[in-house]
Design a protein around this ligand. Sequence first.
Ligand code: AMP
Ligand code: ZN
Length: 664
Amino acid sequence: MSIQKKIESLRAKLHLYNFEYYVNDNSLINDFEFDQLMKELKEMENNNPEFYDSNSPSQRVGGQITKNFKTVEHKERMYSLGNTYSEEEIQDWINRIKKTLEDRTPSFTCELKYDGASISLTYEKGVLVRAVTRGDGTKGDDVTQNVKTIPNVPLKLRGNYPDFFEVRGEIVMPLAGFSELNKKRVSAGEDPYMNPRNTASGSLKLQDSSETAKRPLTCLIYALIGKNLDFKEHYQSLVEARSWGFTIPETLIHASSKHQILEYINSWEKKRGELSYEIDGIVIKVNDLKDQELLGFTSKSPRWAISYKYQAEQVATTLETVTYQVGRTGAITPVANLTPVLLSGTMVKRASLHNADQIKKLDLRIGDKVYVEKGGEIIPKIVDVDPKNRAPIENRISYIKICPDCRTKLVRIEGEAQHYCLNLDGCSTQIIGKIQHYIGRNAMDIEGLGSETVSLLFLEGLIKNTADLYTLREEQLMPLERMAQKSVDNLLLVVKNSKKQPFAKVLFGLGIRFVGATVAKRLANHFGTMENLMEANQEELIGVDDIGNRIAQSLVQFFKNPKNIELIKRLKSYGVTMKEETKALSSEILVGKNILISGVFETFSRNDLKKLIEENGGKVSSSISSKTSFILAGEGMGPSKKVKAENLGIQIISETSFLALLET
Ligand code: AMP
Ligand code: ZN
């Protein structure tokens, strides 16, 4: 088989597996095999750039950078929807329709109103050519590269599709993925995202599409648009589109009467908590497309469709007490303890209060009747106070001034909403939290030690920091409660084994603010050793890809503290890994070279180029400095970068000459 045939056959296979998986819920192969095939395809594509295809399944992983999203005019305007909140309003809407249709009652469809970011997808000859956000309705942003990374957006269609058409849908972030993403952020010391909807729309506007690829997004289609499509009904058009590879939720129904519409509304109001994504209502549409045409549009919305909005799920309950949690970074989080109440299927006892400002804004008092709402957040939040059920003013919550644990005076860092206890190494909650973080799965993975044992060891005075773990001795552990010879042996063994964990995990385990697992990997990779990292200044840190000001600052701060230096020295002396394992390089052509990648490339994705550079011994940085060896430039390199490069006398080379360089 020729290379081209082989590539095409791999692509066809992967398209098919995707289609079966996302449309028919049918796994033809397991994840591992899928990844293997994808890897094989990527490799062949890299080696044979002449067979590039912008809609290859390999585009799912992203890697293209968009600095400014192009504004694109919508062929047909993206309208908003009229809202209703009651049965009467729905009746009014039906009455208005009947007037235009000369007293005929049309048939309807009901769909869920998916709560995310609207998107328009244009297909030409079965290939996705453009994805555009709603924007102001007449024009939106071209986010094609990012949308291509969403796994259930078909890049190539199957079956009997029209040559030119557009589908419209909503890109949502399912709740499970959202809370997973937030867990990762919190464990990296970052603020969690507020809700899935904003996170979904934010994810479409990321500059690096490989970042979008990491976001758990899914696309739900609700309309098909185009000239000369021979469909008579909206319902039928969606069912047909499903067979081409689009995801149209099975919750779509026909409804021939108001009674059926109301049934749909009520049943989903009860069941919405069972859905894997959020909805904010339902959408009722006139089914017959001729009828839709007769009804037309107002200046803002179609007359043939309307939404019924659900109230955000809220319940009233009583605020009993407020407690304050101390995180491992010293951040204080106020938590409301509530009289337990049922909210969309789960018993709620606690709600987040975020910070002092939030409490002040609501003027919260102990004993207040409060409204609790469940957004996509990890725990519910208090959104309002019932004005008719106010507790007396003496009960007003005064925010704590000292740490509930160590009694140190709290401070508020400028620009941050949170209060902090800065007694980093005297505050027991912080210390325990830090050690618990160190043993966590993404860090040193010392399973078999366990969070509770960490607390116990600390309270018994056996450990004060992570390095102390490595000095634990059998005779200290044996007298402890619930410890037997076997558990002691095991504990000592798992602690000892953790010394072999790679450098990136050690770095993450240190719990430096904003240094999550991914950032730690990037740093380990770039600097190679702890010493190099500790010596790096702000500028050099920012020069590393994906490292911004905030992370750089946090690192500099961390390494300024002599206690942290001492801790690292001790960890090193016990044999904990402090340098990156050297990988076998494909060549050493780029050893000692700092290379900046800029612009968009024809054949390779940025990620591939990064990998190539690293495999040949080079380092990738993201800002120009006197240390930059050369710039690998694609199309659209920024003018300011160019000027800076010229001033510093740094050579700019193209993708082709770069590849030629590697050949030598
Ligand atoms: P609104 O933004 O409240 O005016 O509502 C209009 C938006 O609802 C549209 O732009 C769509 O993005 C979104 N939407 C969600 N689900 C649906 C659906 N099933 N049918 C039509 N629009 C929907
Ligand atoms: Zn404290």
